[in-house]
Design a protein around this ligand. Structure first.
Ligand SMILES: Nc1ncnc2c1ncn2[C@@H]1O[C@H](COP(=O)(O)OP(=O)(O)OP(=O)(O)O)[C@@H](O)[C@H]1O
Ligand SMILES: [Mg+2]
Length: 253
């Protein structure tokens, strides 16, 4: 399998805050990479660098052999949910159709009958077709998350980046999202940020632990040492759905 994402010695500074320090990471075709790390650990920043929304202060990024931003329609992004403005007056179908936009050129966009067909297919795949005329402000969190994934899939991407797709969802909606991702992963590469360590370790194919530096990248087996290093304190782990205390008490408590 070839590398679809290659990140070499990337650093990102905001003024004098170092958000990412000398990150090197490769993602293979059809991988399902989970990225975990504490708040402010640089996870969203790393996704933005991959997307070409943010220029790294140092280092190099290649997406399917191209500079970020040039991979266009091959790379789709599901933003961190809490950052999406839900008051925006738009219905489900139009959000799904928006996913087709990056495939177009020019200033005036007309959706073709093919776009409408693609949007319908992804809405059906994500089980939101019945909701197509609803305003997004009226959706539940789990429904909205599926709308955002539908929008990303309407692009027909080869790689999809998701920033905490299961944050604030109940366990049934979480399972639903993971089942959808597992199915998608048969055809496309997935990179997913999550705080949901226990759950993700049973769904992903590889794991990266990020806290400004990359503390680990490899098999999705979590050791207490790596977690402690990443989070800077002992971390309690629910391994593969079985409540299982791996690490001891917080020393400060
Ligand atoms: N545009 C920006 N300007 C200045 N600082 C920023 C900017 N974006 C991010 N940062 C800082 O960079 C660091 C990494 O932020 P980032 O959003 O990547 O973290 P994260 O791992 O996604 O956190 P969370 O789990 O809370 O989503 C933080 O210290 C943050 O305050
Ligand atoms: Mg984030």
């Amino acid at each position: 399998m070839q590398n679809v994402i290659e990140i070499s010695n990337v650093s990102v500074y905001f003024e004098n805050v170092c958000a990412l320090s000398d990150i090197s990471l490769q993602v293979k075709e059809k991988d399902f990479l989970g990225i975990i790390g504490p708040n402010g650990g640089g996870k969203s920043t790393l996704l933005k660098v991959i997307l070409g929304l943010l220029n790294p202060s140092a280092g190099e990024v290649r997406i399917l052999g191209l500079p970020p931003g040039k991979a266009g329609g091959k790379l789709a992004y599901v933003p961190q949910f809490s950052k999406f403005n839900r008051q925006f007056p738009i219905n489900v179908r139009d959000v799904a159709l928006m996913g087709c936009l990056p495939r177009k050129s020019g200033f005036f966009h007309h959706y073709s009958s093919e776009d409408v067909q693609v949007a319908r297919e992804v809405m059906q795949q994500l089980d939101i077709y019945e909701l197509r005329d609803r305003q997004i402000g009226q959706l539940s969190g789990g429904q909205m998350q599926r709308v955002l994934i539908a929008r990303a899939l309407a692009l027909k991407p080869e790689i999809i980046l998701l920033d905490e797709p299961t944050a604030s969802l109940d366990s049934r909606s979480k399972s639903q999202i993971y089942a959808i991702l597992k199915e998608l992963n048969k055809a496309i590469t997935i990179v997913m940020v999550s705080h949901d360590m226990g759950v993700i370790s049973s769904h992903i194919k590889s794991l990266a632990c990020l806290n400004t530096s990359l503390h680990y990248h490899g098999e999705p087996e979590l050791s207490s040492e790596v977690l402690g290093q990443t989070y800077g304190c002992p971390v309690e782990l629910i391994a593969h759905g079985i409540p299982h205390r791996v690490v001891g008490e917080h020393l400060e408590d």
